[in-house]
Design a protein around this ligand. Structure first.
Ligand SMILES: Nc1ncnc2c1ncn2[C@@H]1O[C@H](COP(=O)(O)OP(=O)(O)OP(=O)(O)O)[C@@H](O)[C@H]1O
Ligand SMILES: O=P(O)(O)OC[C@H]1O[C@H](OP(=O)(O)OP(=O)(O)O)[C@H](O)[C@@H]1O
Ligand SMILES: [Mg+2]
Length: 304
């Protein structure tokens, strides 16, 4: 069996992702698109990297910051909400290598909101003075209450927070919101956003001193390439020379284009890598401004 206990110097990287739940599948897909693959072992919580010495640890998301802190893993994919809640621990509770957010990953988007019963006439944070607020994020809530100068009772629950007011356990809640459906189903209304969250890559602020250093640099470079290209498309079109400045104004998210002359005449062929979504509406605008033969081509990989 592979040893998975942390050791001093290591030549393999270890990345923790959520075993199941929302963030597990997209985290795995993202890492796969960086060229990582693992030996799959049903029901095992440790997958050994096959293409590169980068292993996966499959865990509960709440455990990821602690695993990073203790050095049991090197990187983790976790919600910003979970990472910051952990970071709010008292200094003496944390280890020496507290992880920081290295990259926002663009999935798992949600907000941490205060929500109050729909029939409250919300006047502002002072209304929470002396009230009970149920949450899974007591440290983030505490920090916000202190900043607002409001004293309230924080009731910590590990889940199903939205039901607390109906059960008489709390007056308001502080919980994650995405579509808002759970709040509505419990006759609650969001009134303040404490945090905009998404899945992040968390890891050490300082580079690794051992063989993991080069590996980590390569992994981050690949990840940046994948993240940069996520919404990117190569746009090909032709246009008359005098229309090109106007067309480029419609493409503020484009890299400087490659421009070729067609048949030695006044028509140019352009290709530009665009980083924003290339919607039908944008294509219609470009056409109206003189672009012809518009072609949107997916791009797979880039390396800085
Ligand atoms: N409704 C939502 N929409 C989008 N993202 C969400 C939503 N709820 C939570 N998230 C994000 O996904 C993360 C994981 O949520 P999930 O519900 O899978 O966690 P969990 O139930 O705590 O799982 P685990 O079993 O690993 O402890 C959250 O910490 C948050 O960052
Ligand atoms: O705004 P919405 O789209 O309704 O999403 C918000 C809900 O999603 C999450 O719960 P989840 O469904 O993961 O249940 P859990 O907290 O029991 O894991 C979160 O804790 C909220 O309850
Ligand atoms: Mg969890």
């Amino acid at each position: 069996m592979d040893p998975i206990a942390p050791s001093e110097a290591r030549d393999r990287l270890r990345i923790a992702i959520q075993k199941s739940g929302r963030l597990g599948p997209p985290a795995r897909a993202l890492l796969s698109s960086c060229g990582l693959a693992w030996r799959e072992q049903a029901d095992r919580l440790f997958c050994r990297g096959e293409t590169l010495p980068v292993d996966l640890l499959l865990v509960r998301d709440d455990d990821i910051p602690g695993l990073l802190d203790s050095g049991a893993c090197d990187y983790g994919v976790v919600g910003r909400n979970v990472l910051l809640e952990y970071a709010g621990r008292r200094p003496q509770e944390t280890g020496s290598a507290a992880a920081v957010e290295l990259r926002g990953l663009g999935f798992g988007g949600c907000r941490l909101d205060i929500a109050v019963p729909e029939d409250w006439d919300w006047q502002g944070p002072a209304q929470l003075q002396g009230r009970r607020i149920a949450t899974t994020y007591p440290r983030l809530l505490d920090r916000w209450l202190v900043a607002q100068g409001v004293q309230a009772d924080v009731v910590t629950l590990s889940g199903s927070v939205e039901i607390a007011p109906r059960l008489g356990q709390a007056d308001a809640v502080c919980d994650l919101v995405s579509s808002g459906a759970t709040l509505r189903a419990n006759q609650l209304r969001p009134v303040v956003t404490l945090l905009q969250s998404e899945a992040v890559l968390a890891g050490p602020a300082r580079p690794f001193a051992d063989a993991r250093g080069a590996l980590a640099t390569m992994l981050l470079r690949r990840l940046d390439g994948v993240l940069k290209l996520r919404d990117s498309r190569l746009l090909l079109f032709q246009a008359r020379r005098d229309a090109v400045p106007g067309l480029m104004q419609l493409l503020p998210d484009a890299e400087p284009p490659t421009v070729m002359q067609v048949d030695g005449g006044d028509t140019l062929a352009l290709q530009a890598l665009c980083h924003g979504a290339m919607t039908w509406q944008r294509l219609e605008q470009l056409r109206s401004a003189g672009a012809r033969g518009l072609l949107v081509v997916p791009v797979e990989r880039t390396l800085a």
